[in-house]
Each structure stands twice: as structure tokens, then as C-alpha cells.
Design a protein around this ligand. Structure first.
Ligand code: DHE
Length: 502
């Protein structure tokens, strides 16, 4: 019996040996992946393949892409080229950080700069008849495209390819002509919506969180997680102005959580992910007179008790309302440079997910919770919790508009991911719901500039933007799209509507 077991063990090892010996993932990468994804894994024609870049792929998703390829892209299937054990070893290796931390310095940033059209060289009027203030841009994540929608006709007017995996809110210039987008791989692109053409592009990092555009239209600030930097660009052609290392008082480096433009304060705000500090970077003085670029190099650090993971602002940008990974929230007074109150937020919202409105003559803020199915409503005068509204399940976004009585919440992290609930902003009761397509994920709402229609993303490969009458909750139109994620209305964003993110 013992001899038989020993013989079976030898046989099993013999069967495994060839695949295991062949599975040298670094060599496989060099042979099959490096040409498209870069020898250093920082990306080339294909996206970067580093743990940070792959974080958002669910377990098994990376294996499936390696095995089956990606439809409608250059990524081929490797199921017939590599053995199952090789594919597994490669996937494991890709999720492991390289021995040397990836570098992306000023020289690399400058070398990546592409100018498609020199500033001022394109006509200063739209090439279409649609109201340029009521355009939407829709990020289609399925095949990495952006669609420009006419918000009056509720119809697409243009569709163009973007960099791989755009994420976060694209930002508009104040006149709505330009849209600035950031991809997770660090590409920042400037697109002229009036001429439907790219203006410039630059790669600011290996892994980027988001961008902010200064209200005076001079600067773009990008926040990176890899490397630990903020990158300041000239907004006209996206050329590099400065790289700012993100390090706390003890010299400890930090990833950036997100950057925003605090327009009334003429400053950028950057929240750090690994150290309890928020930075304010002024670009103009109190009267709005531009500061010289050198002034932007000296951020004002506000030291906190806890790291600020997710946050948004009150309308005057006096306060930051933030939440941390540990749970709980805080109010930071930017004028005083310190925490002034705690917030009874039970969990973590997603960045830019909350909204504000007037209720009984008082301003309230409301925010969803990624962990629990509820919306927390907080009074912004004394920061007490006004109500907790139970929802179908944890969701990402809450959205409204000044001219609608309702706020719309998704439950995309729950079994009810197909349904958005509609909450009356005065009674704080759920008064209706919409299910664009049973069993399929629906989330993220943006309104037309007049607040009459609500556009919902059916976030599937054969998905759609589903347009609802915001008063009757009846579907009025369905525009097929390839996994539409966020959509952004020029007017609502540039006028800083209290019902959406800025
Ligand atoms: Fe987002 C905005 C971070 C996962 C869809 N998300 C942002 C922003 C940041 C961020 C920093 C920028 C805010 C801005 O510029 O106003 N997102 C993160 C994460 O850390 C998280 C949890 C994990 C990660 O993958 O990075 C995450 N986000 C997601 C998703 O899984 C979503 C649903 C789908 C996807 O394709 O990534 C998603 N995030 C969005 C959307 C916005 C966004 C639609 C813009 C919201 C807006 O209306 O402004």
C-alpha cells in the first residue's frame, strides 16, 4: 500500500513538473506582454499592469482577461498559447509589486506630452447647433469611449475614444468649452467640446486619482497614488509646471486621496490617503489676483486627528465634510485650519457622492454609505443628524438638482443593484423607485440643466443611458451605450449645482 502511494505521488509530481517548470512569470511577461504593456509594466499601447492598476478587477477577472482576451481591444486570448498553470502564475505575478518601485519623474512626464492643437488654434465657436451649456459627457467604460450628448434633444452628437479606464469626474473649464479627464493610468487629456477634438495629453503618473481645474482656468492639478506626487499643469496646453512631492511633516510619503478646486477660496484642496493632513494650495489672492507659480509650491497643511478618505465641501467651500476608513466623520473649517465638529456618519461614502439642499430654511447635506443601506442627512448649521433614511442597500451616489424635489440613490453594492430609489428632499421619505432593467446594475444620476430629466446609467456592456422624467419617474428614452458609468452636465458642473459633485 505504502509503495503504491509513493508510486502515485511520483506520478503526480511527474505530471505537474513540466507546467511548473515552464511557469516563470517574469519570462512569460517578457515574451507575451511586454511589447504592449511595457517592459517595466508601466503601460505602453496597453494599460499599466501593476497591483495598483489591477486593484479594481474582481477576483477571477484578471485570469479571465488573460485567458479570453478583451473584446473590442487589442488584448488577445492566451488560452491556446499558455497552460492553465502558466496563466495562473502570470496573474499572481502581475498582482505583486515589482522589486523596484516604479518611477515617473518630471522628465518622463515631459516626454509624454502630446499637443494635438496649439492653444488658440481652433475656432472659438461650437461646430454643432446644440446648446453647449446643456451638453453631457458620458464615460463608457466598456470600450473606453466618451459620448457627447445633446441635453435638449437627449441624443448623442459625438463619440470618441479615450485613454484606458477613465475614472472620476471629468472637469470642465468655466465656460464649458474644455473638458479635462484623468485615466487611472495617469493620462490627463484636454478635449475641446466645441470643436470635438483633443487639444493635448500628458501622462502625469503611473496611477492617478483625479484632476481639478482652477476656477481662473490657468491650472490643472492631478493627484497621484503612484508615485506619491501632485502634478501641476498649465491648463492651456497641459505642459508641466511643477511636480510636488507629497510628504508629511515627518517626511513620510503619502498617496493622494483626491484633489478639488475650492473656487470661492481660489485654491486647490488635496486630501492625503496615508497621513492625517489636508493641503490647501492657493492659486490667487483673496481678491482673485493670480499668484505666481512659485506660490503654488508651498501648500498649507492642515493637520487632522484622522486620515480623510472621502470628503466633500459645503457650497461656500468654507468647510470640508469628510469621512475616514475607520468610520465616523469630521468637519474641518478651512478658515480656522482645524476640525470643528464630528459627524455621525456610520460608514464610508464614495468620493463626491453627497449633496446639499435647503430644508425648512436650513441647509442640509446627505450622503450614502458604501457599507450600509442608508442615507444620512445632516444639518449643516450645527452638524446634528436630521435623519437616517433606510434604502434598498449600500450604494455609491446620491444626486439631485435645485429644480427637483427629489434625490436619487442607487444600491449598486447590494442585491438590489438594479433599482434606484427616489427620496423626497423635504419629508425624507422614499417616494418612488425606478428599475431600468431587472437584475442589471443601474447607478449614477445626472440631471439636464433645467432639472427636468434624470439620466441613469445602466452599467452593462450592452447598457444604456436611461432618461426619466424627473417629476413623473416615467422612462422617456433609452440610449444604448457600452457600460456607461458617470455622466456630467456642463451647466450643472460649471454652475456648481448643489445636487451634484464639482
Ligand atoms: Fe470612483 C469619482 C475613487 C470605485 C465610479 N472615484 C471618483 C473620484 C475618486 C474616486 C478619487 C474622483 C472624484 C472627483 O474628481 O470628483 N472610486 C474611487 C475609489 O477609491 C474606489 C472605491 C476604488 C477604485 O477603484 O479606485 C472607486 N468608482 C469606483 C467604482 O467601482 C465605480 C462605481 C465604477 C468605476 O468604473 O470605477 C466608480 N467614481 C465613479 C464615478 C465618479 C467617481 C462615476 C464620478 C462621480 C461624479 O459624479 O463626479
Amino acid at each position: 500500500m505504502t509503495a503504491l502511494i509513493r508510486w502515485l505521488a511520483v506520478l503526480a509530481l511527474a505530471c505537474l513538473a513540466p507546467a511548473a517548470a515552464a511557469a516563470d512569470p517574469a519570462a512569460l511577461y517578457g515574451q507575451h506582454c511586454a511589447a504592449c504593456h511595457g517592459a517595466d509594466r508601466l503601460g505602453a499601447m496597453g494599460p499599466a499592469l501593476l497591483p495598483e492598476s489591477l486593484e479594481r478587477l474582481r477576483a477571477g477577472e484578471l485570469d479571465a482577461v488573460l485567458r479570453d482576451g478583451r473584446a473590442a481591444t487589442q488584448m488577445p486570448p492566451f488560452a491556446d498559447t499558455l497552460a492553465a498553470a502558466e496563466l495562473q502564475a502570470l496573474a499572481r505575478w502581475l498582482r505583486t509589486a515589482p522589486a523596484a518601485a516604479p518611477q515617473w519623474d518630471a522628465q518622463a512626464i515631459r516626454a509624454s506630452h502630446i499637443v494635438h492643437h496649439l492653444p488658440g488654434s481652433l475656432p472659438a465657436r461650437p461646430v454643432f447647433s446644440a446648446d453647449p451649456q446643456n451638453l453631457f459627457v458620458v464615460v463608457e467604460a466598456g470600450s473606453h469611449h466618451m459620448t457627447v450628448l445633446d441635453g435638449d434633444r437627449l441624443a448623442p452628437i459625438h463619440r470618441f475614444a479615450t485613454r484606458f479606464a477613465l475614472h472620476g469626474g471629468p472637469k470642465f473649464s468655466r465656460d464649458g468649452r474644455y473638458v479635462y479627464m484623468a485615466s487611472r493610468d495617469g493620462w490627463v487629456s484636454k478635449y475641446d467640446l466645441w470643436n470635438l477634438a483633443y487639444v493635448a495629453e500628458i501622462r502625469v503618473g503611473v496611477n492617478t486619482r483625479n484632476v481639478a481645474v482652477s476656477d481662473d482656468g490657468r491650472w490643472v492639478l492631478a493627484g497621484n497614488t503612484l508615485p506619491r506626487t501632485l502634478v501641476l499643469l498649465h491648463a492651456d496646453d497641459l505642459s508641466l509646471a511643477r511636480v510636488i512631492d507629497v510628504a508629511g511633516r515627518s517626511g513620510e510619503r503619502s498617496r493622494v486621496s483626491a484633489v478639488y478646486d475650492a473656487a470661492p477660496r481660489h485654491s486647490f484642496i488635496a486630501a492625503l490617503k496615508d497621513i492625517p493632513e489636508v493641503w490647501e494650495i492657493p492659486y490667487a489672492d483673496a481678491a482673485g489676483a493670480p499668484l505666481p507659480p512659485s506660490a503654488l509650491l508651498a501648500p498649507r497643511a492642515i493637520v487632522l486627528d484622522e486620515v480623510l478618505d472621502d470628503f466633500f465641501f459645503d457650497q461656500p467651500y468654507r468647510h470640508i465634510l469628510g469621512a475616514s476608513r475607520q468610520g465616523g466623520g469630521q468637519v474641518i473649517d478651512l478658515q480656522q485650519g482645524r476640525k470643528v465638529a464630528s459627524l455621525a456618519l456610520g460608514g464610508m461614502p464614495h468620493l463626491g457622492s453627497g449633496i446639499t439642499w435647503q430644508r425648512d430654511g436650513r441647509e442640509v447635506m446627505a450622503s450614502p454609505d458604501l457599507g450600509q443601506g442608508r442615507i444620512t442627512v445632516i444639518d449643516m448649521q450645527d452638524w446634528h443628524t436630521v435623519a437616517t433614511v433606510p434604502t434598498n442597500g449600500p450604494g455609491f451616489f446620491l444626486r439631485s438638482h435645485e429644480r427637483t424635489p427629489y434625490a436619487w440613490a442607487d444600491a449598486m453594492m447590494s442585491p438590489r443593484r438594479d433599482t434606484l430609489q427616489v427620496i423626497d428632499k423635504q419629508s425624507l421619505r422614499v417616494v418612488g423607485s425606478v428599475t431600468p432593467s431587472p437584475g442589471r446594475t443601474a447607478a449614477h444620476v445626472e440631471f439636464t440643466r433645467d432639472g427636468r430629466y434624470a439620466l441613469v446609467s445602466l452599467m452593462e456592456r450592452d447598457g444604456a443611458i436611461v432618461v426619466y422624467d424627473a417629476a413623473t419617474l416615467q422612462e422617456v428614452r433609452r440610449l444604448p451605450m457600452d457600460k456607461p458609468i458617470g455622466k456630467y452636465n456642463v451647466f450643472n458642473k460649471t454652475t456648481r449645482s448643489a445636487g451634484t459633485s464639482h
